[in-house]
Design a protein around this ligand. Structure first.
Ligand code: FE
Length: 255
């Protein structure tokens, strides 16, 4: 299995501090059936900046260590970039790191509490540069939880999205789990990833998430998500069902 969003590189962000912790995460991932991880350190999120060359070097170092320890896990380079006004300029200046370096997929993180007004335009502009933006963990964004159809608009305009395994298991609370299921049912998400930061309170939870997915929607859905991750790594297109609007409760009004 492939995990497309994970903070496994040491000393780069709020993931592992030392390589020993990265190795511990790697062993844990392998025990859950993961054989490939895209390492996606935070970039420009206000706390951490991780530029392309540093990520590529750190990925090579971790792969060397995993090989030396005979841990059957491959790390590929990636980045989780916070949405910002310089996105397209940074992309043109070769500062951003698409997933698996050469694919056209890029992880885009929204702020936790809102969706900036320029989001729709920016995600459109990225696509004009042949980039497929993947909005990470929309189910944890406060504004999207309140109005999930914001995401309908963005997905209809060509963006992809990734939900977190832990959200599906209910680790972030009932509301986030409910939103996650709503997004899956409305064809508004295309990937499930761990966004793991450690092996304790932000682990992989892949097996647990897949069990829930299979119980709710059957094994076809599990395979669909797994295949999408493989297509992404291969640089192939992800084809999903047409996105649907989510029915939300009507606000009381005067009729
Ligand atoms: Fe993340």
């Amino acid at each position: 299995m492939i995990d497309i969003h994970c903070h496994i590189l040491p000393g780069m962000d709020d993931g592992p501090k030392h390589i020993e912790e990265s190795v511990e995460m790697a062993e844990n991932a392998v025990s859950q059936g993961i054989n490939t991880i895209i390492a996606t350190p935070h970039h420009l999120n206000g706390s951490y900046d991780n530029y392309k060359p540093d990520i590529i070097t750190a990925v090579a170092q971790l792969n060397d260590r995993l090989q030396a320890d005979n841990i059957p896990l491959t790390i590929l380079p990636g980045q989780e970039t916070r949405i910002n006004g310089e996105f397209v300029t940074d992309l043109e200046n070769n500062q951003l790191l698409p997933l698996n370096e050469t694919s056209s997929y890029l992880l885009v993180e929204l702020p936790a509490n809102h969706v900036p007004r320029y989001t729709k335009q920016l995600l459109f502009d990225l696509q004009l540069q042949n980039i497929k933006p993947i909005i990470v963990h929309p189910e944890r964004n406060k504004e999207i939880i309140e109005n999930p159809n914001i995401l309908y608009d963005l997905v209809s305009n060509g963006s992809l999205t990734q939900v977190t395994a832990a959200s599906l298991t209910g680790k972030f609370g009932k509301k986030i789990k409910k939103t996650t299921l709503q997004l899956i049912e409305a064809n508004l998400t295309h990937f499930i990833a761990s966004d793991a930061h450690n092996v304790s309170n932000r682990g992989f939870l892949f097996e647990e998430a897949h069990t829930i997915l299979e119980d709710e929607y059957g094994s076809t859905m599990v395979y669909w998500f797994m295949e999408n991750a493989q297509y992404l790594i291969n640089g192939e297109m992800i084809i999903g069902e047409a996105p649907q609007k989510i029915k939300t409760k009507k606000v009381l009004g005067i009729f």
